[in-house]
Design a protein around this ligand. Structure first.
Ligand code: TA6
Length: 251
């Protein structure tokens, strides 16, 4: 857990033999940078800032220190609440670590004008071997394929990985990640998320990421509860929105 980014870096339920999240051994923990792995919070926008406005890719939240609001512990686990204000928006992140992992991000418009909100809970799942896993729950869904010239396509069957993959799905349901190598099925439930992003950089892109070992791409897949810019949520003054993800080990 880090105040930097309100970032869940590691999580392993007591009943599970393996960590569920991938954290890069080369991750840089430094203000102004994003931590590679765990669950970076992309907020209050996803990818490039909409409207051509200046700002870092994936927003400001993942590279700043948040304020700690509370830490509570009970029989179900430990819950951290952190907050951050950016321009007229306030984010409150509730990170609940127990048998399940829930990250819940509430955005509140403190200003006097309507604001468009996008973002993602950019979850890095640890897997045994990228070519062996499947991501289910997305069959028949339309997505924006952002590898090369962005193109809209329809997903045929489960997602499998055979090269760089970067897809933004129109999808708000549940996802299942089957990992035969770890003999594990992960389940991901989402809240307030009209988009699901699935990403793996593969060898060439990974080689360009200084905070990721060259062959590390084989050992993770990102499955993200997201709000793509194309599906941005309109937040009138005083309104709130909750974006959430719950990860659990189904078997
Ligand atoms: O969520 C997928 C994505 O937007 C990819 O396009 C890829 O760039 C990835 O996020 C990681 O971005 P980062 O800025 O953390 O290197």
């Amino acid at each position: 857990m880090a105040l930097h980014g309100a970032h869940v870096m590691e999580w392993q339920p007591s009943s599970a033999p393996n960590p569920v999240l991938y954290l890069s051994p080369a991750a840089v923990l430094q203000e102004g940078k994003a931590i590679r792995g765990g669950i970076p919070i992309c907020w209050p926008w996803f990818n490039a800032r909409p409207g051509g406005q200046p700002g870092p890719s994936h927003g400001v939240a993942r590279s700043q220190f948040w304020d700690l609001v509370s830490v509570t512990e009970d029989a179900d686990g430990v819950t951290f609440v952190m907050s951050l204000v950016h321009e007229s928006l306030k984010a409150t992140a509730t990170l609940a670590l127990g048998d399940k992992l829930t990250v819940s991000l509430e955005s509140e418009n403190l200003g006097e004008e309507s604001v468009k909100l996008s973002g993602a809970l950019h979850t890095y799942l640890k897997i045994d071997e990228i070519t062996m896993i499947t991501v289910g729950g997305l069959a028949g869904r339309e997505y924006l394929d952002t590898v090369g010239t962005p193109t809209r396509r329809t997903q045929d069957g489960p997602v499998v990985f055979e090269g760089e993959l970067d897809r933004i799905f129109d999808h708000s349901g549940m996802i299942r990640v089957d990992d035969p190598g770890l003999d594990r099925v992960l389940q991901i439930e989402k809240e307030g998320s009209p988009s699901t992003v699935v990403w793996n950089p593969w060898a060439e892109k990974a080689a360009g990421l200084a905070d990721l070992p060259d062959d590390a791409f084989k050992g993770f897949a990102c499955v993200e509860a997201a709000i793509a810019n194309e599906a941005a949520v309109e937040l009138p003054p005083g309104a709130t929105h909750r974006l959430g993800t719950t990860v659990s080990v189904a078997s």
